[in-house]
Design a protein around this ligand. Structure first.
Ligand code: FMN
Ligand code: SF4
Length: 529
Protein backbone atom coordinates (compact mmCIF):
# COMPACT_ATOMS: atom_id res chain seq x y z
CA UNK A 1 0.00 0.00 0.00
CA UNK A 2 1.20 3.47 -0.81
CA UNK A 3 2.09 5.53 2.26
CA UNK A 4 1.94 4.79 5.96
CA UNK A 5 -1.10 3.00 7.39
CA UNK A 6 -2.03 6.04 9.42
CA UNK A 7 -2.45 8.24 6.38
CA UNK A 8 -5.83 8.82 4.80
CA UNK A 9 -6.08 9.07 1.04
CA UNK A 10 -8.96 10.44 -0.94
CA UNK A 11 -9.92 11.94 -4.24
CA UNK A 12 -8.37 15.33 -3.44
CA UNK A 13 -6.59 17.07 -0.60
CA UNK A 14 -9.05 17.91 2.13
CA UNK A 15 -9.05 18.91 5.78
CA UNK A 16 -11.77 17.02 7.61
CA UNK A 17 -12.86 17.14 11.26
CA UNK A 18 -10.91 13.92 11.87
CA UNK A 19 -7.74 14.90 10.06
CA UNK A 20 -6.16 15.64 6.73
CA UNK A 21 -6.95 13.56 3.65
CA UNK A 22 -4.26 13.46 0.96
CA UNK A 23 -4.93 13.32 -2.75
CA UNK A 24 -4.31 9.80 -4.04
CA UNK A 25 -1.37 9.47 -6.34
CA UNK A 26 -1.90 7.64 -9.65
CA UNK A 27 0.07 4.70 -8.25
CA UNK A 28 -2.51 4.18 -5.51
CA UNK A 29 -5.41 4.51 -7.94
CA UNK A 30 -3.90 1.72 -10.04
CA UNK A 31 -3.44 -0.41 -6.93
CA UNK A 32 -7.11 0.02 -6.03
CA UNK A 33 -8.17 -0.76 -9.59
CA UNK A 34 -6.24 -4.02 -9.38
CA UNK A 35 -7.81 -4.78 -5.98
CA UNK A 36 -11.27 -4.52 -7.54
CA UNK A 37 -10.32 -7.22 -10.00
CA UNK A 38 -8.85 -9.42 -7.25
CA UNK A 39 -11.92 -8.99 -5.05
CA UNK A 40 -14.32 -9.79 -7.89
CA UNK A 41 -12.34 -12.92 -8.76
CA UNK A 42 -12.47 -13.99 -5.13
CA UNK A 43 -16.25 -13.52 -5.08
CA UNK A 44 -16.56 -15.64 -8.20
CA UNK A 45 -14.35 -18.37 -6.74
CA UNK A 46 -16.41 -18.33 -3.53
CA UNK A 47 -19.48 -19.20 -5.58
CA UNK A 48 -21.28 -15.89 -5.87
CA UNK A 49 -23.36 -15.53 -9.00
CA UNK A 50 -22.60 -11.87 -9.65
CA UNK A 51 -20.71 -8.89 -8.27
CA UNK A 52 -21.68 -5.31 -7.64
CA UNK A 53 -19.36 -2.35 -8.05
CA UNK A 54 -20.57 0.51 -5.89
CA UNK A 55 -20.30 3.95 -7.45
CA UNK A 56 -22.91 5.84 -5.45
CA UNK A 57 -23.68 7.18 -1.95
CA UNK A 58 -20.68 9.51 -1.68
CA UNK A 59 -18.18 6.67 -1.50
CA UNK A 60 -14.86 6.60 -3.36
CA UNK A 61 -16.03 6.39 -7.00
CA UNK A 62 -18.83 8.80 -6.19
CA UNK A 63 -16.27 11.24 -4.78
CA UNK A 64 -14.24 10.99 -7.97
CA UNK A 65 -17.41 11.58 -10.01
CA UNK A 66 -18.34 14.66 -7.99
CA UNK A 67 -17.51 17.95 -9.74
CA UNK A 68 -17.03 19.57 -6.33
CA UNK A 69 -15.12 16.99 -4.31
CA UNK A 70 -12.87 16.06 -7.23
CA UNK A 71 -10.39 18.93 -7.58
CA UNK A 72 -7.76 16.93 -9.44
CA UNK A 73 -5.92 18.33 -12.41
CA UNK A 74 -4.65 15.00 -13.79
CA UNK A 75 -6.48 12.55 -16.09
CA UNK A 76 -8.82 11.65 -13.16
CA UNK A 77 -10.17 15.18 -12.71
CA UNK A 78 -11.85 17.88 -14.76
CA UNK A 79 -14.32 16.62 -17.38
CA UNK A 80 -16.93 13.99 -16.51
CA UNK A 81 -15.03 11.48 -18.68
CA UNK A 82 -11.92 12.12 -16.61
CA UNK A 83 -13.80 11.92 -13.31
CA UNK A 84 -15.35 8.61 -14.41
CA UNK A 85 -11.99 7.19 -15.53
CA UNK A 86 -11.19 5.51 -12.19
CA UNK A 87 -14.60 3.77 -12.16
CA UNK A 88 -14.26 2.72 -15.79
CA UNK A 89 -10.79 1.28 -15.17
CA UNK A 90 -12.07 -0.66 -12.16
CA UNK A 91 -15.00 -2.04 -14.16
CA UNK A 92 -12.61 -3.12 -16.93
CA UNK A 93 -10.40 -4.82 -14.36
CA UNK A 94 -13.38 -6.61 -12.84
CA UNK A 95 -14.50 -7.80 -16.26
CA UNK A 96 -10.99 -9.03 -17.02
CA UNK A 97 -11.01 -10.96 -13.74
CA UNK A 98 -14.46 -12.58 -13.95
CA UNK A 99 -14.77 -13.10 -17.69
CA UNK A 100 -17.53 -12.17 -20.12
CA UNK A 101 -20.32 -14.39 -18.78
CA UNK A 102 -20.30 -13.28 -15.13
CA UNK A 103 -22.81 -10.49 -14.39
CA UNK A 104 -21.47 -7.18 -13.14
CA UNK A 105 -23.92 -4.80 -11.55
CA UNK A 106 -22.95 -1.20 -10.99
CA UNK A 107 -24.72 0.72 -8.26
CA UNK A 108 -24.96 4.26 -9.52
CA UNK A 109 -26.68 7.37 -8.33
CA UNK A 110 -29.78 8.63 -10.10
CA UNK A 111 -29.27 12.00 -8.40
CA UNK A 112 -26.80 12.79 -5.63
CA UNK A 113 -29.38 15.28 -4.33
CA UNK A 114 -26.65 17.61 -3.13
CA UNK A 115 -24.84 20.56 -4.64
CA UNK A 116 -21.58 18.68 -4.07
CA UNK A 117 -22.64 15.80 -6.30
CA UNK A 118 -24.13 14.83 -9.62
CA UNK A 119 -27.58 15.92 -10.75
CA UNK A 120 -29.98 13.72 -12.70
CA UNK A 121 -28.56 14.64 -16.10
CA UNK A 122 -24.97 14.00 -15.03
CA UNK A 123 -26.00 10.62 -13.59
CA UNK A 124 -27.44 9.70 -16.99
CA UNK A 125 -24.12 10.64 -18.60
CA UNK A 126 -22.25 8.39 -16.13
CA UNK A 127 -24.60 5.52 -16.97
CA UNK A 128 -23.95 6.02 -20.69
CA UNK A 129 -20.17 6.12 -20.14
CA UNK A 130 -20.08 2.77 -18.35
CA UNK A 131 -22.93 1.00 -20.11
CA UNK A 132 -20.72 -1.25 -22.24
CA UNK A 133 -18.83 -2.40 -19.13
CA UNK A 134 -21.76 -3.59 -16.99
CA UNK A 135 -24.68 -6.00 -17.24
CA UNK A 136 -27.04 -4.28 -14.85
CA UNK A 137 -27.48 -0.86 -13.27
CA UNK A 138 -28.83 -0.42 -9.78
CA UNK A 139 -30.01 3.13 -9.30
CA UNK A 140 -29.83 4.58 -5.81
CA UNK A 141 -29.36 8.18 -4.73
CA UNK A 142 -28.19 10.58 -2.06
CA UNK A 143 -25.24 10.22 0.20
CA UNK A 144 -24.48 7.64 2.86
CA UNK A 145 -22.28 9.94 4.89
CA UNK A 146 -24.66 12.87 5.19
CA UNK A 147 -27.06 12.37 8.15
CA UNK A 148 -29.72 14.56 6.56
CA UNK A 149 -29.51 12.56 3.32
CA UNK A 150 -29.35 9.13 4.97
CA UNK A 151 -33.14 9.07 5.30
CA UNK A 152 -33.47 9.51 1.54
CA UNK A 153 -30.84 6.96 0.50
CA UNK A 154 -32.58 4.59 2.91
CA UNK A 155 -36.01 6.22 2.74
CA UNK A 156 -37.81 6.72 6.03
CA UNK A 157 -41.52 6.52 6.70
CA UNK A 158 -42.04 10.20 5.87
CA UNK A 159 -41.43 9.37 2.22
CA UNK A 160 -43.85 7.28 0.19
CA UNK A 161 -42.62 3.76 -0.51
CA UNK A 162 -40.69 3.68 -3.75
CA UNK A 163 -39.80 7.37 -3.54
CA UNK A 164 -36.62 6.83 -5.59
CA UNK A 165 -38.08 4.70 -8.38
CA UNK A 166 -38.37 7.71 -10.70
CA UNK A 167 -34.58 7.91 -10.74
CA UNK A 168 -34.26 4.37 -12.08
CA UNK A 169 -36.97 5.17 -14.62
CA UNK A 170 -34.96 8.18 -15.76
CA UNK A 171 -31.76 6.17 -16.25
CA UNK A 172 -33.73 3.45 -18.01
CA UNK A 173 -34.84 5.91 -20.68
CA UNK A 174 -31.21 6.40 -21.71
CA UNK A 175 -29.61 2.94 -21.53
CA UNK A 176 -30.40 -0.44 -23.01
CA UNK A 177 -28.96 -2.61 -20.21
CA UNK A 178 -31.39 -3.71 -17.46
CA UNK A 179 -32.02 -1.22 -14.67
CA UNK A 180 -32.92 -2.03 -11.06
CA UNK A 181 -34.55 0.33 -8.58
CA UNK A 182 -34.10 0.30 -4.80
CA UNK A 183 -35.41 2.09 -1.75
CA UNK A 184 -38.18 1.37 0.69
CA UNK A 185 -39.96 -1.30 -1.33
CA UNK A 186 -41.77 -4.20 0.28
CA UNK A 187 -45.25 -4.32 -1.17
CA UNK A 188 -45.44 -6.96 -3.92
CA UNK A 189 -48.32 -5.17 -5.65
CA UNK A 190 -46.28 -1.98 -5.90
CA UNK A 191 -43.25 -3.90 -7.15
CA UNK A 192 -45.33 -5.62 -9.83
CA UNK A 193 -46.64 -2.22 -10.89
CA UNK A 194 -43.10 -0.82 -11.20
CA UNK A 195 -42.13 -3.71 -13.47
CA UNK A 196 -45.40 -3.67 -15.41
CA UNK A 197 -45.14 0.03 -16.17
CA UNK A 198 -41.51 -0.36 -17.24
CA UNK A 199 -40.07 2.00 -14.64
CA UNK A 200 -37.44 -0.63 -13.83
CA UNK A 201 -36.53 -4.14 -14.95
CA UNK A 202 -35.68 -5.41 -11.48
CA UNK A 203 -36.73 -4.42 -7.99
CA UNK A 204 -34.05 -4.71 -5.31
CA UNK A 205 -34.78 -4.82 -1.61
CA UNK A 206 -32.58 -4.41 1.47
CA UNK A 207 -34.50 -3.75 4.69
CA UNK A 208 -37.62 -5.47 3.45
CA UNK A 209 -35.59 -8.69 3.41
CA UNK A 210 -33.99 -8.00 6.76
CA UNK A 211 -37.49 -7.69 8.18
CA UNK A 212 -38.78 -10.75 6.32
CA UNK A 213 -36.36 -12.92 4.36
CA UNK A 214 -39.34 -14.88 3.02
CA UNK A 215 -40.82 -11.81 1.30
CA UNK A 216 -40.12 -13.07 -2.25
CA UNK A 217 -41.57 -16.50 -1.59
CA UNK A 218 -44.63 -15.02 0.16
CA UNK A 219 -45.13 -12.65 -2.78
CA UNK A 220 -44.83 -15.57 -5.19
CA UNK A 221 -47.36 -17.65 -3.29
CA UNK A 222 -49.91 -14.87 -2.91
CA UNK A 223 -49.28 -14.44 0.81
CA UNK A 224 -48.52 -10.71 0.84
CA UNK A 225 -50.61 -10.26 3.98
CA UNK A 226 -48.11 -12.44 5.86
CA UNK A 227 -45.08 -10.33 4.97
CA UNK A 228 -43.58 -8.75 8.07
CA UNK A 229 -43.21 -5.09 7.12
CA UNK A 230 -40.00 -3.17 7.65
CA UNK A 231 -40.81 -0.32 10.02
CA UNK A 232 -38.07 1.92 8.60
CA UNK A 233 -36.86 2.41 12.17
CA UNK A 234 -33.13 1.99 11.39
CA UNK A 235 -32.44 -0.31 14.35
CA UNK A 236 -30.67 -2.58 11.84
CA UNK A 237 -28.05 0.11 11.34
CA UNK A 238 -27.73 0.98 15.01
CA UNK A 239 -25.67 -2.12 15.89
CA UNK A 240 -23.56 -2.10 12.74
CA UNK A 241 -21.53 0.77 14.16
CA UNK A 242 -20.66 -0.77 17.51
CA UNK A 243 -21.05 -4.52 17.03
CA UNK A 244 -20.69 -4.99 13.29
CA UNK A 245 -23.85 -7.06 13.40
CA UNK A 246 -27.38 -6.48 12.20
CA UNK A 247 -30.50 -6.80 14.31
CA UNK A 248 -34.08 -6.08 13.36
CA UNK A 249 -37.05 -4.72 15.26
CA UNK A 250 -39.48 -7.14 13.69
CA UNK A 251 -37.33 -10.15 12.79
CA UNK A 252 -35.89 -11.68 15.95
CA UNK A 253 -33.70 -14.14 14.05
CA UNK A 254 -31.77 -11.38 12.27
CA UNK A 255 -28.15 -11.62 13.38
CA UNK A 256 -28.80 -15.16 14.68
CA UNK A 257 -29.25 -16.87 11.32
CA UNK A 258 -27.01 -19.83 12.10
CA UNK A 259 -29.18 -20.88 15.04
CA UNK A 260 -32.36 -19.98 13.20
CA UNK A 261 -31.39 -22.16 10.24
CA UNK A 262 -32.32 -25.24 12.24
CA UNK A 263 -35.88 -23.92 12.49
CA UNK A 264 -38.04 -23.48 15.56
CA UNK A 265 -37.52 -26.55 17.77
CA UNK A 266 -40.59 -28.60 18.66
CA UNK A 267 -41.51 -28.58 22.35
CA UNK A 268 -40.01 -31.48 24.31
CA UNK A 269 -43.18 -31.64 26.34
CA UNK A 270 -46.49 -30.07 25.30
CA UNK A 271 -47.55 -27.56 27.95
CA UNK A 272 -50.66 -25.50 28.65
CA UNK A 273 -49.35 -21.96 28.40
CA UNK A 274 -51.28 -18.89 29.46
CA UNK A 275 -50.08 -15.56 28.08
CA UNK A 276 -51.35 -12.46 29.85
CA UNK A 277 -51.36 -9.53 27.45
CA UNK A 278 -51.84 -9.35 23.68
CA UNK A 279 -49.37 -6.64 22.70
CA UNK A 280 -46.46 -7.36 20.34
CA UNK A 281 -44.52 -9.36 22.96
CA UNK A 282 -47.53 -11.51 23.88
CA UNK A 283 -48.52 -12.07 20.25
CA UNK A 284 -44.99 -13.04 19.17
CA UNK A 285 -44.75 -15.44 22.12
CA UNK A 286 -48.14 -16.96 21.29
CA UNK A 287 -47.21 -17.52 17.64
CA UNK A 288 -43.86 -19.13 18.47
CA UNK A 289 -45.19 -21.26 21.33
CA UNK A 290 -48.03 -22.54 19.17
CA UNK A 291 -45.57 -23.32 16.36
CA UNK A 292 -43.58 -25.36 18.85
CA UNK A 293 -46.64 -27.44 19.64
CA UNK A 294 -47.73 -25.97 22.97
CA UNK A 295 -51.37 -25.44 23.88
CA UNK A 296 -51.55 -21.65 24.05
CA UNK A 297 -54.15 -19.26 25.42
CA UNK A 298 -53.58 -15.56 24.83
CA UNK A 299 -55.69 -13.40 27.13
CA UNK A 300 -56.07 -9.68 26.46
CA UNK A 301 -57.68 -7.12 28.74
CA UNK A 302 -59.04 -4.93 25.95
CA UNK A 303 -61.31 -5.84 23.07
CA UNK A 304 -58.50 -6.26 20.52
CA UNK A 305 -54.98 -7.57 20.16
CA UNK A 306 -52.13 -5.15 19.50
CA UNK A 307 -51.52 -3.29 22.77
CA UNK A 308 -49.39 -0.21 22.31
CA UNK A 309 -49.04 -0.87 18.59
CA UNK A 310 -52.39 0.93 18.30
CA UNK A 311 -51.30 4.32 19.67
CA UNK A 312 -47.83 3.86 18.16
CA UNK A 313 -49.42 3.24 14.77
CA UNK A 314 -52.03 5.97 14.92
CA UNK A 315 -50.18 8.80 13.17
CA UNK A 316 -50.37 9.29 9.41
CA UNK A 317 -46.78 8.12 8.84
CA UNK A 318 -47.17 4.90 10.84
CA UNK A 319 -48.76 2.62 8.24
CA UNK A 320 -45.83 0.22 8.73
CA UNK A 321 -46.81 -0.31 12.37
CA UNK A 322 -50.46 -0.73 11.47
CA UNK A 323 -49.43 -3.37 8.94
CA UNK A 324 -47.23 -5.09 11.54
CA UNK A 325 -50.19 -5.21 13.91
CA UNK A 326 -52.43 -6.76 11.25
CA UNK A 327 -49.73 -9.28 10.31
CA UNK A 328 -49.17 -10.40 13.89
CA UNK A 329 -52.91 -10.68 14.51
CA UNK A 330 -53.33 -12.83 11.40
CA UNK A 331 -50.46 -15.03 12.49
CA UNK A 332 -51.92 -15.47 15.96
CA UNK A 333 -55.20 -16.48 14.33
CA UNK A 334 -53.51 -19.00 12.06
CA UNK A 335 -51.24 -20.31 14.83
CA UNK A 336 -54.04 -22.14 16.59
CA UNK A 337 -53.55 -20.22 19.85
CA UNK A 338 -56.83 -19.57 21.67
CA UNK A 339 -57.48 -15.84 22.01
CA UNK A 340 -59.59 -14.52 24.87
CA UNK A 341 -60.42 -10.82 24.61
CA UNK A 342 -61.90 -8.46 27.21
CA UNK A 343 -60.25 -10.62 29.85
CA UNK A 344 -57.92 -9.23 32.45
CA UNK A 345 -55.59 -11.86 33.82
CA UNK A 346 -55.74 -11.52 37.60
CA UNK A 347 -54.10 -13.79 40.19
CA UNK A 348 -57.51 -15.46 40.63
CA UNK A 349 -57.77 -16.04 36.88
CA UNK A 350 -54.31 -17.64 36.85
CA UNK A 351 -55.21 -19.83 39.84
CA UNK A 352 -58.37 -21.02 38.18
CA UNK A 353 -56.74 -21.50 34.76
CA UNK A 354 -53.88 -23.41 36.39
CA UNK A 355 -51.43 -23.24 33.45
CA UNK A 356 -48.20 -25.22 33.30
CA UNK A 357 -46.50 -21.99 32.26
CA UNK A 358 -47.48 -18.36 32.59
CA UNK A 359 -46.07 -15.65 30.36
CA UNK A 360 -46.68 -12.16 31.65
CA UNK A 361 -46.82 -9.55 28.90
CA UNK A 362 -49.18 -7.02 30.42
CA UNK A 363 -47.38 -3.94 29.14
CA UNK A 364 -46.64 -0.72 30.97
CA UNK A 365 -48.57 2.17 32.44
CA UNK A 366 -48.20 5.77 31.40
CA UNK A 367 -46.39 7.92 33.94
CA UNK A 368 -48.67 10.48 35.54
CA UNK A 369 -46.35 12.57 37.70
CA UNK A 370 -47.84 14.62 40.54
CA UNK A 371 -47.58 17.91 38.68
CA UNK A 372 -49.88 20.61 39.97
CA UNK A 373 -52.81 20.94 37.57
CA UNK A 374 -52.70 17.37 36.18
CA UNK A 375 -56.38 17.03 37.10
CA UNK A 376 -57.43 19.93 34.84
CA UNK A 377 -59.83 18.97 32.05
CA UNK A 378 -57.52 20.02 29.22
CA UNK A 379 -54.84 17.46 30.22
CA UNK A 380 -54.82 14.39 27.97
CA UNK A 381 -52.53 11.38 28.37
CA UNK A 382 -50.35 10.66 25.30
CA UNK A 383 -51.98 7.35 24.35
CA UNK A 384 -55.45 8.85 24.56
CA UNK A 385 -54.31 11.85 22.52
CA UNK A 386 -52.72 9.68 19.82
CA UNK A 387 -55.80 7.50 19.52
CA UNK A 388 -58.25 10.40 19.77
CA UNK A 389 -56.64 13.57 18.38
CA UNK A 390 -60.17 14.96 18.06
CA UNK A 391 -60.07 15.52 21.83
CA UNK A 392 -57.37 18.15 21.37
CA UNK A 393 -57.86 21.89 21.04
CA UNK A 394 -56.12 24.00 18.43
CA UNK A 395 -52.98 24.73 20.48
CA UNK A 396 -51.34 21.65 21.99
CA UNK A 397 -48.46 21.64 24.48
CA UNK A 398 -46.73 18.26 24.84
CA UNK A 399 -44.96 17.66 28.14
CA UNK A 400 -42.08 15.32 27.28
CA UNK A 401 -39.99 15.41 24.12
CA UNK A 402 -38.89 11.80 23.87
CA UNK A 403 -39.72 9.63 20.87
CA UNK A 404 -43.40 9.44 21.86
CA UNK A 405 -43.75 13.19 22.33
CA UNK A 406 -41.73 14.01 19.22
CA UNK A 407 -43.65 11.67 16.93
CA UNK A 408 -46.96 12.73 18.47
CA UNK A 409 -46.08 16.34 17.65
CA UNK A 410 -45.66 15.43 13.98
CA UNK A 411 -49.01 13.62 13.99
CA UNK A 412 -50.86 16.47 15.75
CA UNK A 413 -49.35 19.07 13.42
CA UNK A 414 -50.55 16.99 10.48
CA UNK A 415 -54.06 17.09 12.00
CA UNK A 416 -53.92 20.90 11.97
CA UNK A 417 -52.82 21.64 15.53
CA UNK A 418 -50.27 24.22 16.66
CA UNK A 419 -47.82 22.24 18.74
CA UNK A 420 -45.23 23.02 21.42
CA UNK A 421 -42.91 20.46 23.01
CA UNK A 422 -41.56 20.94 26.52
CA UNK A 423 -38.44 18.91 27.28
CA UNK A 424 -36.08 19.03 30.24
CA UNK A 425 -33.14 17.57 28.31
CA UNK A 426 -31.01 19.70 25.99
CA UNK A 427 -32.55 18.13 22.87
CA UNK A 428 -35.72 16.43 21.73
CA UNK A 429 -35.83 12.68 20.97
CA UNK A 430 -32.38 12.11 22.42
CA UNK A 431 -32.95 8.38 23.02
CA UNK A 432 -33.65 7.68 19.34
CA UNK A 433 -30.97 5.94 17.24
CA UNK A 434 -29.02 8.50 15.25
CA UNK A 435 -29.99 7.01 11.87
CA UNK A 436 -33.72 7.50 12.48
CA UNK A 437 -33.15 10.74 14.33
CA UNK A 438 -31.45 12.34 11.31
CA UNK A 439 -34.72 12.16 9.39
CA UNK A 440 -37.02 12.62 12.37
CA UNK A 441 -35.65 15.92 13.65
CA UNK A 442 -36.44 17.99 10.54
CA UNK A 443 -40.03 16.70 10.78
CA UNK A 444 -40.27 17.64 14.47
CA UNK A 445 -38.79 21.05 13.71
CA UNK A 446 -41.43 21.62 11.03
CA UNK A 447 -44.22 20.41 13.30
CA UNK A 448 -43.54 22.04 16.65
CA UNK A 449 -41.82 24.74 18.64
CA UNK A 450 -39.50 22.89 21.01
CA UNK A 451 -38.68 24.29 24.44
CA UNK A 452 -35.62 22.32 25.58
CA UNK A 453 -33.79 22.63 28.90
CA UNK A 454 -37.25 23.59 30.09
CA UNK A 455 -38.92 22.38 33.27
CA UNK A 456 -42.67 22.06 33.75
CA UNK A 457 -43.69 23.88 36.94
CA UNK A 458 -47.44 23.66 36.79
CA UNK A 459 -50.34 23.11 34.43
CA UNK A 460 -52.62 26.13 34.39
CA UNK A 461 -55.90 26.77 32.56
CA UNK A 462 -54.04 28.85 29.93
CA UNK A 463 -51.40 26.19 29.25
CA UNK A 464 -48.20 25.11 30.99
CA UNK A 465 -46.13 27.22 33.35
CA UNK A 466 -42.45 26.45 32.77
CA UNK A 467 -38.99 27.54 33.80
CA UNK A 468 -36.14 27.97 31.36
CA UNK A 469 -32.80 29.60 32.09
CA UNK A 470 -34.14 30.94 35.38
CA UNK A 471 -37.10 32.59 33.68
CA UNK A 472 -40.69 31.57 34.38
CA UNK A 473 -43.37 31.87 31.70
CA UNK A 474 -46.53 30.21 30.40
CA UNK A 475 -46.63 28.26 27.13
CA UNK A 476 -50.17 28.84 26.02
CA UNK A 477 -52.20 25.80 25.02
CA UNK A 478 -55.80 24.64 24.75
CA UNK A 479 -54.74 21.05 25.44
CA UNK A 480 -51.81 19.68 27.41
CA UNK A 481 -50.57 16.22 26.42
CA UNK A 482 -48.66 14.24 29.02
CA UNK A 483 -45.93 12.20 27.28
CA UNK A 484 -43.61 11.74 30.22
CA UNK A 485 -42.91 8.07 29.75
CA UNK A 486 -44.06 4.66 30.90
CA UNK A 487 -43.47 2.49 33.94
CA UNK A 488 -43.55 -1.30 34.27
CA UNK A 489 -46.26 -2.47 36.72
CA UNK A 490 -43.92 -4.65 38.77
CA UNK A 491 -46.33 -5.30 41.65
CA UNK A 492 -49.02 -6.63 39.31
CA UNK A 493 -46.43 -8.75 37.48
CA UNK A 494 -45.15 -10.24 40.74
CA UNK A 495 -48.67 -11.03 41.90
CA UNK A 496 -49.32 -13.03 38.72
CA UNK A 497 -45.99 -14.85 38.79
CA UNK A 498 -46.56 -15.87 42.41
CA UNK A 499 -49.43 -18.12 41.29
CA UNK A 500 -47.35 -20.55 39.19
CA UNK A 501 -44.11 -22.52 39.29
CA UNK A 502 -42.98 -21.58 35.79
CA UNK A 503 -43.37 -18.00 34.65
CA UNK A 504 -41.66 -15.55 32.32
CA UNK A 505 -41.94 -11.78 32.05
CA UNK A 506 -41.64 -10.17 28.63
CA UNK A 507 -42.10 -6.83 26.91
CA UNK A 508 -42.77 -3.49 28.56
CA UNK A 509 -43.83 -5.02 31.88
CA UNK A 510 -40.31 -6.42 32.22
CA UNK A 511 -38.52 -3.31 31.07
CA UNK A 512 -40.09 -0.47 29.13
CA UNK A 513 -38.56 -0.64 25.68
CA UNK A 514 -39.29 -0.58 21.99
CA UNK A 515 -40.95 -2.94 19.54
CA UNK A 516 -37.60 -4.57 18.98
CA UNK A 517 -37.36 -5.60 22.66
CA UNK A 518 -40.96 -6.81 22.81
CA UNK A 519 -40.72 -9.02 19.73
CA UNK A 520 -37.31 -10.38 20.66
CA UNK A 521 -38.36 -11.27 24.17
CA UNK A 522 -41.60 -12.81 22.91
CA UNK A 523 -39.75 -15.02 20.45
CA UNK A 524 -36.78 -16.08 22.55
CA UNK A 525 -38.82 -16.64 25.70
CA UNK A 526 -41.13 -18.90 23.71
CA UNK A 527 -38.09 -21.02 22.84
CA UNK A 528 -37.36 -21.58 26.53
CA UNK A 529 -40.68 -23.21 27.41
C1 FMN B 1 -28.04 -3.16 7.60
C2 FMN B 1 -27.80 -2.45 6.32
C3 FMN B 1 -26.51 -2.17 5.91
C4 FMN B 1 -26.29 -1.49 4.72
N1 FMN B 1 -25.02 -1.23 4.33
C5 FMN B 1 -24.80 -0.56 3.18
C6 FMN B 1 -23.49 -0.30 2.75
O1 FMN B 1 -22.52 -0.70 3.39
N2 FMN B 1 -23.33 0.42 1.62
C7 FMN B 1 -24.38 0.88 0.89
O2 FMN B 1 -24.20 1.54 -0.12
N3 FMN B 1 -25.64 0.62 1.26
C8 FMN B 1 -25.87 -0.08 2.38
N4 FMN B 1 -27.15 -0.34 2.76
C9 FMN B 1 -28.22 0.28 1.98
C10 FMN B 1 -29.00 -0.68 1.10
O3 FMN B 1 -28.16 -1.28 0.17
C11 FMN B 1 -30.14 0.04 0.39
O4 FMN B 1 -29.64 0.88 -0.60
C12 FMN B 1 -30.98 0.90 1.31
O5 FMN B 1 -31.20 0.25 2.54
C13 FMN B 1 -32.32 1.24 0.67
O6 FMN B 1 -33.03 0.08 0.35
P1 FMN B 1 -34.20 -0.48 1.31
O7 FMN B 1 -35.14 0.64 1.53
O8 FMN B 1 -34.78 -1.62 0.55
O9 FMN B 1 -33.56 -0.87 2.58
C14 FMN B 1 -27.38 -1.06 3.92
C15 FMN B 1 -28.67 -1.37 4.33
C16 FMN B 1 -28.89 -2.05 5.51
C17 FMN B 1 -30.30 -2.34 5.93
S1 SF4 C 1 -34.56 -2.83 12.00
FE1 SF4 C 1 -36.26 -1.52 11.40
S2 SF4 C 1 -35.52 -0.53 9.54
FE2 SF4 C 1 -34.19 -2.26 9.86
S3 SF4 C 1 -35.10 -3.89 8.65
FE3 SF4 C 1 -35.87 -4.11 10.73
S4 SF4 C 1 -37.79 -2.99 10.75
FE4 SF4 C 1 -36.66 -2.34 8.92
Amino acid sequence: TVGAKTEAWGVSDEDTPVGHVKEMPRELILEIVKSYGDAAKLCQECGFDMVQVHAAHGWLFSQFLSPVENKRTDEFGGSLENRARFLMMALDEVRKAVGPRFPIECRISGDDLTDAGLDMDACVEVAKLIEDKVDLFQVSCGNHEDPAMFCRTHPNAFFPRGVNVYLAANIKKHVSKPVACVGSLNDPAQMEEILRTGQADIVEIARGLVADPYLPSKALHDRADDITPCLRCYECFADTVTKESVKCSVNPTMGQQLDAKAGIPAAKQRKRVLIAGGGPAGMEAAITLAQRGHEVTLAEKSGKLGGNLHPAGAAFFKEDIRKLCRTLKNRVKRSGAAVVLNTEVTPEYVREFDPDTLIVAIGSNELRPPIKGMELPHVVMAIDAELHPEKLGKRVAIMGGGLVGGEAAIGFHHEGHEVSIIEMKPEVAMEVNSFYRGGLMPQIEKAAVSYVNTKVLEIVPEGVKVEKDGETFVIEADSVVCALGFRAPYAAVDALCAEVDESYIIGDCRNVGQIHHAINQGYYTALLV
